[in-house]
Design a protein around this ligand. Structure first.
Ligand SMILES: Cc1cc2nc3c(=O)[nH]c(=O)nc-3n(C[C@H](O)[C@H](O)[C@H](O)COP(=O)(O)OP(=O)(O)OC[C@H]3O[C@@H](n4cnc5c(N)ncnc54)[C@H](O)[C@@H]3O)c2cc1C
Length: 408
């Protein structure tokens, strides 16, 4: 295994770190002050400072770094430390045009989009001029199993007609969100993995209705939001179908190519930041005549956090290295392993940091509750832990049975 950074990545790491210190971190308070929240999501606005930061990041060449096909052409091993750096700030991913679900949607269009689709949607997405949403999950079915999706995408003459209800459509409340990718059943008689299709839907198409925004840990996550969306006789030309009918499942699998572990990389950055805050507090705050670091089992808590982060980072890099060397298919077990480990380590470390801060850790004076919510959400939003464990066990049993020459 070789996790050494290329010269290009080494230079990008230094530039990204100084950009974060110089521009992103100091802008966080302005961003929060400019954010217009509230239950009426139609009033949400893009904080102007975000557009200023995006322009600066683009000019600095720190733009679309996630996309292997374009620009920096980074390997997964090289992208990992860059994504980790952005894990320190909730606003950083958008600044560098590297935030979900746009990253996955752009990858879909790069891989499966027609020329027309690329011109109309990929180009402005890559320029950061518009945002997008991904509508797969449905309230009525267990959506951790993508074959369960019930919403329909049926051919009628020279149109495809969409019906159904989706939820947890992240980013759909953003004022710049102009398009979504809808996954629907197009042929129930086909093979289980060829029944679904993916359709590009302009957000202002008649029949698309955002019913509400779902709160997560008591916040609406504005200006992005997570919408429940109904589709009623939504009619679109056949040119809206991505890659051809029946390829929805294949695209859903391919959608998260390299993007599969972006969140893991970022979760390590969130954990690292939480440990930094934890240590600062433990050194500076005194109780019962001693710094907190010297009280009770706090030294063990610090040591355990450091060990857990190192293990998680190494496994993230191993998964990235395997994706680079043997491809996503050969790295399936490692990808699932890190998807369980990274958010779990991050939640544990952030939780310990909140505890070390006492009441302050639960306030908005520190970013810990936001970091915690981000990491905790991943244990479901990036696929439930249990589903990943199921795959790891299945692959392990297969491998062991083959090695032992026994049937499984
Ligand atoms: C904040 C947030 C953002 C999201 N963003 C998006 C988005 O942009 N687009 C989108 O389409 N979806 C999005 N999702 C949805 C997310 O992908 C789903 O919630 C997830 O796939 C689980 O589906 P489900 O909620 O239907 O849970 P279910 O499938 O009902 O599963 C519920 C629970 O059952 C258990 N379980 C399920 N399968 C197994 C198994 N095989 N073995 C053991 N236990 C199991 C697990 O404990 C699991 O958590 C988001 C979710 C959240 C919370």
């Amino acid at each position: 295994m070789n996790f050494a950074h290329s010269d290009n990545a080494t230079s990008l790491i230094a530039r990204m770190q100084s950009f974060m210190q110089e521009h992103v971190i100091p802008a966080e308070q302005t961003y929060a002050a400019q954010l217009r929240g509230g239950a009426d999501w139609t009033q949400w606005q893009q904080p102007p400072v975000m557009e200023e930061l995006k322009a600066k990041a683009r000019a600095a060449g720190l733009w679309n770094l996630f996309l292997p096909e374009d620009g920096a052409r980074l390997s997964n091993v090289d992208y990992a430390p860059l994504a980790e750096i952005t894990g320190r700030s909730m606003i950083a991913p958008e600044v560098f045009n590297c935030n979900a679900p746009d990253t996955g949607n752009m990858e879909v269009l790069v891989k499966y989009g027609s020329e027309e689709q690329k011109q109309r949607w990929l180009k402005p997405l890559m320029a950061g001029e518009i945002r997008s949403a991904f509508c797969m999950t449905e309230p009525e079915v267990a959506s951790s199993d993508a074959t369960n999706m019930q919403a329909s995408a049926i051919l009628e003459g020279d149109e495809v007609v969409l019906n159904g209800r989706k939820w947890w459509s992240s980013g759909i409340g953003h004022p710049n969100c102009k398009v979504l990718i809808f996954m629907g059943l197009s042929d129930t008689s086909a093979d289980k993995h060829q029944q679904h299709s993916m359709i590009l839907v302009p957000l202002d198409t008649p029949g698309v209705k955002i019913e509400r925004m779902l709160p997560v840990f008591h916040t609406l996550d504005e200006p992005y939001g997570h919408g429940e969306v109904s589709f009623t006789n939504v009619r679109l030309p056949l040119s809206s179908i991505i890659g051809g009918l029946g390829r929805g499942f294949e695209i859903a699998q391919g959608r998260l190519g390299p993007g599969r572990i972006h969140h893991c990389m970022r979760a390590i950055g969130a954990a690292e930041f939480a440990l930094e805050l934890l240590c600062k507090r433990a050194i500076q705050r005194v109780a019962f005549g001693k710094p907190l670091a010297k009280l009770g089992g706090n030294a063990d808590i610090i040591a355990n956090a450091r060990m857990a982060i190192e293990q998680a980072r190494l496994l993230t890099l191993k998964a990235a290295w395997m994706m680079d060397t043997v491809g996503v298919k050969g790295a399936m077990s490692e990808i699932s392993q890190i998807k369980v480990i990274a958010p779990n380590v991050a939640t544990q470390v952030i939780d310990a940091a909140m505890q070390m801060h006492g009441g302050a850790g639960l306030s908005d004076d520190f970013p810990l509750t936001a970091l915690y919510a981000y990491a905790r959400v991943l244990r479901i939003a990036d696929g439930p832990d249990e589903v990943h464990r199921g795959l790891i066990a299945k692959l392990e049993l297969k491998r062991q049975a083959k090695r032992l020459g026994i049937s499984n």
